[in-house]
Ligand binder design. Structure first.
Ligand code: ADP
Ligand code: ZN
Ligand code: MG
Length: 478
């Protein structure tokens, strides 16, 4: 690549407050159109907005988790534009005095800090559903649903300091998890409670001047973000290579054609005719109030802790992306088990049942899990067969040692049988034996595996492996 990639993200997160930002309507995701509306969120003349304190509280939590500077005095502004899903013809947003500035998010896996420029609070718009066409212009008619109008929305704007598609995806994922762990949003991209616009430009390698950026909208999933950015990198580098210049504009991502298309040339701030919202007082907060709002451990904190446990990125992200399993891990960790053994169990056998909805969290037996992992690690049990009883082990108050004895799950080694099977396997697999004798260690694993299969839980892998090696060595001597 002859160019440096520069990306800045603008992320919108809908807060999961009980009510909307400026009225008493319920804030819920529902399939019944226009169920939660009133004169305020419909923008009827004469109605007046009143700020929702819970939204401020959630906003402060998010700002704290992102190390932002929370402003003691900020204000709301009207941002004007016309679109039918916004009946007032302006959106109440924040312009020059946002509720928080600076801060950032550390991406531990990439060892990178993504700086934020600002984060502010605004109202969401309603939703247009175009019938008979993809947009307002092409549609035969358009339906309007104002359930979402006035839902509290946080806009988080990064500095242009993201230098690859991986960094962008990882930032968005960690931000999503942060909001989830703070319990301030359900952050579902498919329902629109997490949305992301991506600004991207290219510049000659190591040049200190930023290139012309393009803003990409309509990104509805992580997959789309990655595809849209890759497409745009390709498109812009072709333009630059041909000696032309990139046009500053807003482009949309079209999933059907897997391309971006031009929507409009970028509007400037003055096009919005921002001015202070006259129906709301400036927002003055006192420091004691800000200090009184506490936040729980964030995914970034967990991440650092888990690195100290020697867990790798896959293991850590598995825990973080499954908050209930993460909680369970944090309970089990107080036993003396190796963190990695716990994760291994949670990520495989446990996750399998969890994904099939077979975990009843109310009845979960922590002690059984601990004992089970210990037994599995000891290699004294027939692990394949014991998995068949895992649902009972996880949910029933049983004496686990008794249970394993009862079901005959402890391995009772029969030395003469093991020897017989090992001899058989060696004589049947001359190719693998030759391979091993020529130094291919993999062949040993294969031979032991074959023997274990034959022995069906009547031997420990170590016993079989030791015996196998001894027998094979005898070949070398003879
Ligand atoms: P605009 O005035 O067009 O909205 P801003 O300066 O407010 O632009 O920045 C909007 C977003 O675009 C921010 O996330 C910022 O980091 C990003 N950005 C700004 N300039 C560039 C650039 N040259 N390349 C990539 N991203 C950029
Ligand atoms: Zn309302
Ligand atoms: Mg801007």
């Amino acid at each position: 690549m002859e160019y440096d990639i520069v990306i800045g993200l603008e992320v919108h997160i809908e807060l999961s407050t009980e009510k909307k930002l400026f009225c008493g309507c319920k804030n819920e995701f529902t399939h019944e159109p226009n169920k939660n509306v009133c004169p305020v969120c419909l923008g009827l003349p004469g109605s007046l907005p009143v700020i929702n304190q819970q939204a401020i509280e959630y906003f402060i939590k998010l700002s704290k988790a992102l190390d932002c500077q929370i402003s003691l005095s900020s204000k709301f502004d009207r941002k004007h534009y016309f679109y039918p899903d916004m009946p007032k013809n302006y959106q109440i947003s924040q312009y020059d005095l946002p509720l928080a500035t600076k801060g950032g998010l550390f991406l531990p896996n990439l060892n990178k800090y993504v700086y934020l420029r600002r984060i502010h609070l605004e109202e969401d718009t309603g939703k247009s559903i175009h019938i008979g066409g993809d947009n307002l212009r092409e549609a035969k008619y358009t339906l309007l649903n104002y359930n979402r109008a006035g839902v509290p929305l946080v806009e988080i704007v990064t500095e242009p300091v993201i230098y690859s598609v991986d960094e962008a995806a990882e930032f968005l994922e960690l931000l999503r998890l942060t909001a989830l762990y703070l319990n301030v949003s359900d952050v579902k991209m498919e329902e629109g409670s997490l949305r992301c616009d991506a600004n991207i430009s290219l510049k000659p390698k190591n040049s200190d001047k930023l290139g012309t950026k393009v803003e990409i909208k309509n990104i509805n999933s992580f997959r789309f973000l990655i595809r849209a950015l890759n497409y745009e990198i390709e498109r812009q580098s072709n333009i630059l290579k041909s000696g032309k210049g990139v046009i500053q504009e807003t482009r949309g991502w079209d999933e059907k054609t897997q391309t971006t298309y031009s929507m409009r040339t970028k509007e400037e701030a003055h096009d919005y005719r921002y001015f202070p919202e006259p129906d709301l007082l400036p927002l003055n907060l006192n420091q004691d109030y800000i200090d009184s709002i506490k936040i729980p451990k964030t995914p970034s904190h967990y991440y650092q802790e888990y690195l100290a446990f020697n867990l790798n990125n896959d293991e850590i992200m598995f825990l973080l992306e499954n908050p209930k399993i993460n909680d369970l891990f944090n309970v089990i960790i107080s036993s003396n088990l190796e963190p990695r053994s716990i994760v291994k169990f949670l990520k495989t056998d446990f996750a399998y049942l969890y994904n099939n909805n077979q975990i009843n969290w109310e009845r979960i037996q922590i002690n059984n899990i601990i004992e089970y992992i210990k037994l599995a690690e000891s290699k004294n049990i027939d692990i394949l067969n014991s998995k068949r009883y895992l649902i009972s082990i996880l949910h029933e108050e049983i004496d686990i040692l008794e249970f394993f004895k009862d079901k005959g799950l402890f391995i009772q080694e029969d030395t003469s049988l093991i020897e017989k099977v090992v001899d058989e396997i060696i004589s049947k697999n001359s190719q693998a034996v030759d391979d091993y004798l020529q130094g291919k260690d993999k062949a040993l694993g294969f031979l032991v595996g074959q023997a274990m299969k034959e022995l069906k839980g009547k031997a420990k892998p170590n016993t079989v492996s030791e015996l196998m090696i001894n027998k094979l060595r005898a070949f070398i001597k003879s």
